[in-house]
Ligand binder design. Structure first.
Ligand SMILES: [Zn+2]
Ligand SMILES: [Zn+2]
Length: 100
């Protein structure tokens, strides 16, 4: 299994997403959108769906954010930790927008 950690242009907001400092990034730190590329294991890149995963909710556990994403295409949901350099203060605003 090869972990992928590279810069990419966000499909949602169009910003260049920088490398994550420690973990493999799989969502945009600005709008929290990602692509549905993972299967059952995070970062396995086993899914061929390719739909847009958008954040629909979050919870704070042990002072860490867990974000719930849902695929717009197939409806699959999965939870992910925030990345260290996410603009986490933007998250409540992003959720307000995407729930409209
Ligand atoms: Zn984005
Ligand atoms: Zn999907």
């Amino acid at each position: 299994m090869k972990k992928i950690n590279e810069t990419f242009i966000c499909i949602h907001c169009g910003r260049e997403v920088p490398l994550a400092p420690k973990t493999c990034r799989n969502h945009c730190p600005f709008c929290f959108t990602s692509l549905h590329v993972d299967g059952e294991i995070p970062w396995d890149r086993a899914s061929t769906c390719g739909g847009k995963m958008v954040p629909i909710a979050y919870e704070i556990k042990n002072a860490d954010y867990k974000i719930l994403f849902r695929c717009e295409k197939c409806g699959k949901q999965h939870r992910n930790k925030r990345a260290e350099d996410d603009e986490i203060t933007l998250l409540p605003e992003v959720l307000k927008i995407s729930s409209k």
